[in-house]
Design a binder for this molecule. Structure first.
Ligand code: GLU
Length: 499
């Protein structure tokens, strides 16, 4: 067992550029778990400095998705906190200030190269089969010259002055030391010509000012990680622990999920977007359990985890840096497990919106009776409607010839259905055993298998050939409704018999 950490300060720092998917959910989750486990803080920081890619609805979906998963943040744009603002678009001046500090330290410089020159340079480098990077033309300007041009209003960016010699070693918690030759690292832009800082500067500044101790982020940042090391060291700041999480691959394990594939997935009743999963009838508990295990494991056998279990058992040491393929079959399995873990009251509450959405009006008392008889069979909450919608429908919708029992003819079926009606009419709908025994005896008298009779009754009472246990369903529906439905079935059978 690994040692527990002192209280950490961690952050989830999404860019609101699109929908919130499973990968983001997992990054947020791991950060959250570490904060809760150590009694530290979990921050939400919105990285919205890229005005071109900004999607206004994204932030709301993001917050709703996190809250639905149960990942409440301690500091963030909406809840505030001592290190705000927590939206990068409100911190523009702070980044400029720090960029200027780097210039003063000779660790960054103004660059006036036009986009046309940069495009030409790139073209030449590509033709010469060289790495495409800035050639450092503006590194040679004297600070006085550069400042003069800035004051004259000449368009410019601020670039990091990456050392030309030597190498840098940065440490990823999972992968160990990563050493890179400095000459292979570009003079990355820190501040664009419109005055907005880029991630490389903004995130390092914020992590420092917000006292972040551990950075758990996507491994797509590994390639620029050495630059981040340079920036932090140029300021002389203490480095947080960096943990680059494994990437998610599509179910086939071949590459990342594309937009088109995501759309296709929805047709099969799955999605990589967290908000969709809620609509599809998945439990947040199951999503959390499932994504927690995509890149982390406790031991080789335990698979069921509640949020509380995860808070207790999560550890950075058991993170797996290899890519994880999304497995929706596993997801269904976890959803079933967590559905069966819910109390009857809770399950009744959670399925209710799905009935309402289907235009049905379920009574709470009925839902409480139904929950235990469907719980074992549900994969998603939405399945409850298909399975138990008949409790709340006025009209049954089925083909009349389904009322003809297996290996029976219409007239035999009609007769036994009529006799069932007469029998049930005289029984109290209280004990399961009473109804069951009476119906089994009737089947026996008629020389039928119980299954043959129950098959006919199942169609008559539920309108479905597959349903929750029949007698229990009849008890919940109540005598009056059951008799009504059998009456209706008799009427449907008569024309088939030729009456
Ligand atoms: N805004 C970055 C992203 O969404 C955040 C990366 C990080 O966690 O530092 O990819």
């Amino acid at each position: 067992m690994t040692e527990k950490l002192p209280p950490v300060r961690v952050r989830f720092a999404p860019s609101p550029t699109g929908r919130t998917h499973l990968g983001s959910g997992r990054t947020a989750l791991y950060n959250y778990l570490l904060a809760r486990q150590t009694g530290g803080q979990f921050l939400l920081r919105i990285e919205d400095t890229d005005q071109k890619r900004y999607v206004p609805e994204a932030e709301q979906e993001l917050m709703e998705s996190l809250r639905w998963l149960g990942l409440e943040w301690d500091e963030g744009p909406d809840v505030g906190g001592p290190y705000g603002p927590y939206r990068q678009s409100e911190r523009k001046e702070i980044y400029l200030e720090y960029a200027k500090q780097l210039i003063e330290k000779d660790k960054a410089y103004y660059c006036f190269c036009s986009p046309e020159r940069l495009a030409r340079l790139r073209e030449q480098q590509m033709q010469a089969k060289q790495a495409t990077m800035y050639d450092g033309l503006c590194r040679q300007l004297t600070p006085e010259d550069a400042l003069r041009r800035v004051k004259q209003g000449e368009p410019h960016v601020i670039r990091f002055k990456t050392p030309r010699e030597g190498s840098i070693t940065v440490r990823d918690y999972l992968r160990g030391d990563i050493t890179v030759e400095n000459r292979t690292i570009d003079d990355y832009i820190l501040v664009k010509s419109d005055g907005w800082a880029l991630y490389h500067l903004a995130a390092m500044v914020d992590d420092h000012l917000m006292r972040i101790t551990h950075v758990l982020r996507s491994s797509e940042w590994l390639s620029t990680f050495p630059l981040h090391g340079h920036i932090i060291r140029a300021f002389g700041w203490q480095e947080p622990v960096f943990v680059h999480l494994s990437v998610f691959l599509k179910p086939s394990g071949k590459g990342k999920m594309s937009k088109r594939e995501s759309a296709q997935l929805l047709q099969d009743g799955y999605s990589i977007f967290i908000k969709d999963l809620e609509q599809l009838g998945y439990l947040p508990e199951a999503v959390v359990n499932w994504i927690a295990l995509m890149g982390w494991s406790y031991d080789d056998k335990t698979e069921f985890f509640t949020m509380q279990d995860l808070i207790e058992k999560f550890s950075l040491d058991h993170l797996n840096p290899s890519p994880a393929a999304i497995n929706f079959t596993k997801f269904d399995h976890f959803n079933g497990l967590h559905i069966r873990h819910l109390s009857v009251e809770e399950l009744a509450k959670r399925v209710k919106p799905f009935f309402l959405r289907a235009g049905l009006q379920p009574e709470d008392t009925k839902l409480l009776q139904i929950a235990p008889i469907i719980r074992e069979r549900l994969v998603t909450l939405d399945d409850a409607v298909e399975m138990a919608g008949f409790f709340f429908r006025d009209q049954m919708d089925y083909e009349a010839d389904l009322l003809v029992g297996k290996n029976m003819n219409p007239s035999e079926s009609l007769q036994v259905l009529q006799e069932s009606y007469d029998l049930l009419k005289n029984l109290a709908f209280e004990e399961k055993e009473t109804l069951e025994t009476a119906l089994r005896n009737l089947a026996e008298q008629k020389g039928l298998k119980a299954g043959q009779l129950f098959g006919i009754l199942r169609i008559a009472v539920t309108g479905q050939s597959v349903s929750p246990p029949l007698i229990e369903s009849m008890l919940i529906l109540g005598k009056e409704k059951v008799l009504e439905r059998i009456q209706d079935a008799l009427k449907r059978l008569q024309p088939i018999v030729g009456l």
